[in-house]
Design a binder for this molecule. Structure first.
Ligand code: B12
Length: 457
């Protein structure tokens, strides 16, 4: 058979593992397999016996649907040649059906007999890495084994899709046969990426660490003189870190140690986890900091400030990655949490641009980018984009004038300014600028008119 594997044109770094496993399945059967990113057109669009399309994040809805419709046209009436599956398909099959008339495959390929009349469990196959050599896209992360040492998660957090994707918590999967199969077929890879949702919830965590060490990823491990790394890329549940599991983690070449700091109520647990891990000898941390959910900008500031304070106190490095909440079923990324506005989200994104994407673990750099208090943070995110990004260039003039006026606003006036700026809509800003009798508000808005931004965050 001739097989076409398609990943919609998502801007991602991770190779499409589901497709690579399906590719391995067909290669094993002696089929000819092609991997393509996006819409294959023209001459190249020859006859394929089967076309598999994978799907990913909900907010890529438009791209996903456009891709399915494109290949639906390509197969003419013969819809049996078209297979759709993956994360979005598993979460919202009805939406795909409503928009394309194709009912997708849901769940994992973890049973025999799904793609053919045989006993193969596709999910357990080594992904066909060789397909990445000829695809029309450069996935940055290729030199790694990708796997799961557990599946599912015992928690049911409102913002997370895992209870739906992997409803059963499986607390141990032997990764050795899988990694060894990749190694045998494609040679040694430098790094190990484990996509476990909540590995510390496993009662057999010690066994998982032993497997990782056996595979050549003990602390300090090198491959051709280069440091190897293990990355639990979904983060560890801070509330489950104990001195025992911290010591076990320190036995492998984990880098960075990823944690999540979802809300201010987690402050105690987060701090305890960092201290325990640091005591075990782990010093490089990366923290996912959820925002735009039930939090306020002040809550976010508190968590970032706390993180940098801990870095200095303990003598470790904790980088923070603010992670914007989008509801599971949203088809774009325009959601605004109840304590946020488009202006605030955009202002934060501009600070992150200014800070090159991460929140530094150095307190002086953090203060310079985010302000010295939650109030100053609120002030900075309401400045015109240009002043946030080019703060030094505008220091002596525009930005200082803006800040001087802003600080003289009463609480009521401040709220009025926030309301005008809330949606990032220039028409609204101009209208208020024209009609207001409040000279200070007018002066402030003048800066936003002089340095306009695009609409929407
Ligand atoms: C790895 C991962 C990432 C990676 C990138 C992944 C990528 N491919 O680009 C990183 C760490 C960068 C990441 C980032 C984010 N992620 Co993420 N991520 C994951 C994770 C752990 C695995 C996804 C994956 O690639 N799996 C690989 C494939 C092999 O696994 P699989 O889906 O199990 O595949 C099986 C089936 O789906 C099926 N299959 C797959 N394709 C096909 C095709 C056909 C035709 C068929 C028949 C079958 C089939 O067969 C496979 C084998 O059994 C999931 C959680 C999870 N446990 O699934 C979250 C998840 C997808 N991420 C999520 C989110 C929210 C994010 C972020 C938006 C977080 C944020 N707020 O910033 C960011 C977005 C980044 C961006 N680009 O903007 C949510 C998505 C929710 C949603 N509604 O879309 C998930 C579900 C996590 C969660 N806790 O809710 N993520």
């Amino acid at each position: 058979m001739k097989i076409l594997l398609v990943e919609p044109d998502y801007p991602n770094k991770y190779p499409p593992l589901g497709l690579l496993k399906i590719g391995a399945y067909h290669q094993q059967r002696g089929d000819e397999v092609v991997l393509y990113k996006g819409l294959l057109k023209g001459e190249a669009a020859q006859y394929f016996d089967r076309i598999y399309i994978t799907t990913l994040f909900s907010f890529y809805y438009s791209k996903t649907i456009a891709t399915i419709l494109h290949y639906k046209r390509m197969v003419g009436g013969n819809l049996r040649r078209l297979y759709v599956g993956g994360i979005y398909a598993t979460l919202y099959p009805q939406k795909i059906y409503a928009a394309t008339g194709i009912y997708p495959f849901t769940g994992q390929l973890n049973r025999p007999g799904i793609l053919g009349d045989d006993k193969v469990i596709v999910d357990q196959l080594a992904p066909a890495y060789d397909l990445l050599d000829s695809v029309n896209y450069d996935y940055a992360l290729k030199d790694a084994y990708f796997g799961y040492a557990t599946r599912g998660c015992p928690n049911t957090c409102a913002f997370c899709a895992v209870p739906k994707l992997e409803p059963k918590f499986i607390d141990y999967i032997d990764i050795k046969p899988f990694v060894n199969a990749v190694r045998e077929k494609y040679g040694e890879k430098s790094h190990l990426v484990l996509m476990d949702n909540n590995v510390l919830a496993s009662k057999r965590f010690g066994k998982i660490i032993a497997d990782i060490k056996k595979l050549g990823f003990a602390r300090g491990a090198k491959l051709q003189r280069r440091q190897r790394t293990v990355d639990f890329n979904q983060g560890l549940d801070a509330s489950l870190v104990t001195s025992q599991n911290a010591a076990l983690l320190a036995e492998i070449c984990i880098k960075p140690v990823r944690l999540a700091y979802d809300g201010v109520r987690d402050a105690g647990g987060f701090e305890r986890a960092i201290k325990r891990l640091s005591k075990a000898g782990l010093k490089g941390f990366s923290t996912y900091v959820l925002y735009n959910f039930y939090d306020t900008p002040a809550d976010l500031y508190f968590r970032l400030d706390h993180t940098t304070r801990l870095s200095e106190e303990i003598g470790c490095q904790i980088y923070s990655f603010p992670m914007r909440y989008t509801p599971l079923d949203a088809i774009d990324r325009l959601h605004v949490g109840k304590n946020w506005t488009m202006r605030r989200i955009r202002g934060l994104q501009k600070i992150l641009n200014y800070a090159k994407g991460v929140v530094s673990s150095r307190r002086d750099l953090f203060f310079a980018a985010f302000g010295k208090s939650a109030d100053e943070f609120e002030e900075i995110i309401h400045m015109p984009d240009e002043y946030i990004l080019q703060r030094n260039a505008h220091k002596g003039n525009g930005a200082s004038e803006w800040r001087r006026d802003y600080r003289k606003l009463t609480a009521v006036q401040r709220q009025a300014l926030w309301d005008v700026l809330a949606d990032n809509k220039m028409d609204k800003i101009k209208e208020v600028w024209e009609n207001t009798k409040d000279k200070r508000l007018k002066r402030l808005l003048q800066h936003h008119i002089d340095y306009p931004m695009g609409s929407g965050a």
